[in-house]
Design a protein around this ligand. Sequence first.
Ligand SMILES: [Zn+2]
Length: 259
Amino acid sequence: MQILRPADLTASRRPAAAGQTGARRPAPRFLALASLTAFFLLFGPTALTVSADEAAAGHGPRNPHTSASALQELQAGNERFATGRSVHPRQEKPRLSRLAAEGQTPLAAVLACSDSRAPVEAVFDQGFGDLFVVRAAGAVPGVDQLGSLEYAAAHLGVPLIVVLSHTKCGAVTAAVTGAQEPGALGELLTKLSPAAAAVRNDGDAAAQIEKAVIVSAALFARRLTEASPALAEAVEAGRLQIKAAVYDLDAGRVTFAAE
Ligand SMILES: [Zn+2]
């Protein structure tokens, strides 16, 4: 897979050299110049430096985290949260300006359910720039979620992706109970069908839902590398670890799956 480096991004933003596009294609060059003018008006000429380009795109300095240190940080943060000792770190306003100027180096990406009772930064007691969060109901990895995670791995260098499902998940419950929904929601629920099918004979509905939550996180964690050659390559090369986890809404605790 071709990965765009910061240098490629910078090069693509440069206006074409005079005469390069020729008189045959005046419209694209005009549009490029118009865009460039708008860019200068908005950000000033100094914005066209490599570092500003990279910062605008989210690129920071080389990511200093490892999968082990990231996991440790997430576990420690969740322990603080679950025991009512959150410190709400790195949430001061000046940090936002610094991140905007210097770029981000989040310690992990988290694919989580959209449920309002599972606020990811709060659950892990993390601050601005710490987590690259991708959400969808049921923590379903659709194509846009996959693309976002590929960006986090390739361009931000996150060493860890957590697939975070949670207890009492409405999407998982709908899939297990066979709820029929129209439109895009129905399509989303079909992606939870394999997890629902896997627990079909495991006790009553409540027991099945509880197990399907765990199974869905594990299946989606595996799905990331099956569906994305870029993520598979990063895992293979040892640059990335992917872990499934479940957040308990009542206890506030996140349990990570064993290897
Ligand atoms: Zn949910």
